[in-house]
Design a protein around this ligand. Sequence first.
Ligand SMILES: Nc1ncnc2c1ncn2[C@@H]1O[C@H](COP(=O)(O)OP(=O)(O)OP(=O)(O)O)[C@@H](O)[C@H]1O
Length: 487
Amino acid sequence: MSEDSWALSVDNQEASTPAMQMDFSKKVDRMRGLRKPPTDLNSNIWLEKDESEDWRGDTDKVNLAEQSLLNKIIRRSLVRNRNQVEVLQRDPTSPLYSVKTFEELRLKPELLNGVYSMGFNRPSRIQENALPMMLAQPPQNLIAQSQSGTGKTAAFSLAVLSHVNPANKWTQCLCIAPTYELALQIGQVIEQMGKFCPDVKLSYAIRGNRMQRGVKVQEQIVIGTPGTVLDWCTKLKAIDPKKITMFVLDEADVMIGTQGHRDQSIRIHRQLSQDCQMLLFSATFEDSVWSFAEQVVPDPNIIRLKREEETLDTIKQFYVLCKDKEDKFVALCNLYGSLTVAQAMIFCRTRKMAAWLSAHLSVEGHQVALLSGEMTVEQRATVIERFREGKEKVLVTTNVCSRGIDVEQVSLVVNFDMPVDMDGNADNETYLHRIGRTGRFGRRGFAVNMVDSKHSMDIIHQIEMHFNRRITILDTNNLEEMDEKLG
Ligand SMILES: Nc1ncnc2c1ncn2[C@@H]1O[C@H](COP(=O)(O)OP(=O)(O)OP(=O)(O)O)[C@@H](O)[C@H]1O
């Protein structure tokens, strides 16, 4: 878009003033309040219960055409096809596709019980492809890329659980993630999946989990963040690195691509024995990081996506033209008014902006949680847990939460500020991770980018070019258009 057409698009928005838009959003909220959406979005009670039921109580204030359109939007976005995942798992073009069953992947019976108890029916593509490599004898190294939310964590969790010998009361698998929240989340997946393996135990090498110097960890699996894991291996001698036979790096590109993490990961890696199996996973790998990974990991198996495969078709991407942060806020309210959002994550560039936005959303009546870098790790973990439980519907955050967090019900991601790198260029990897907080395992999701300057419009273009995907404009003042595009 040229600078002129940019100006034109922004001017066109003046047809409706922020005050009118706010009013409208409240009107929509009132209408929605007439009938509560089902809490379980897997159910299609909503559709079954009512095609005819009259829920038009507010007719004096909202005209019928508008109401029926809204009704349609709400119903469409609420009703998810129950079989969506099954359909995708049979579609060879989907990252969820698999030819084999979990049985054919030759998992131990107690692990099969674990995956089925989690409601998994079939493996995804990454699970089907990576598991045989991870479980092969002699052990093989692996660098694997797969789109956000396609089951990488579940894949390496199964490998870890299959690998350890429960009779040996020392740490055999070490798994490292970049944040406290992610380490906890991975541990929870392993605990759930391994619940029929009573003798396999796990310990968390994260800040606050104090160890006595020289006392060896007896748990077979240790999950942690790089600094604490390094302490456990070196200062505290709680783990004997030479006895580690499987080393997993989640979000591997961050772990080896950013200075602090890289130094710590390499220091841990150097202490491991030569034949320790190495597994690296991420949804993104910049070219330079990929080459570095190949240098560090001896003779690896490689699963790599083509650039155009990195984005998920199930996540629809839009941008909204705004003038300033107040205008972005109004657009957000309009969006919220028209789209039935189970849960949303909103990303801001700074803590200050995140605090401003969450305060304004609270005033509007939203149940908002704020998560940013200055909070203690315990506070952050509590915020995530409450959000996961659905106690808050909106999470306003910064990049600290852009990766890995898995909350099934997130149906909307908003980039209130576009992700940029140190030079002010598009941060494509962060963009992909942020939008990947929605559309988990085949679910539908919306990613909406707020554009308030020529610079942020340029960022959109850079992202489009990088992934070779169009991000389409959305007019949050136009209900018909929203119905068409979000329906
Ligand atoms: N085979 C499966 N069948 C059904 N659901 C699955 C399966 N594998 C994983 N899931 C679910 O899909 C969601 C995403 O999985 P997971 O967190 O492992 O993805 P990921 O690829 O690690 O994501 P990210 O790139 O964001 O870290 C989780 O809620 C998980 O429980």
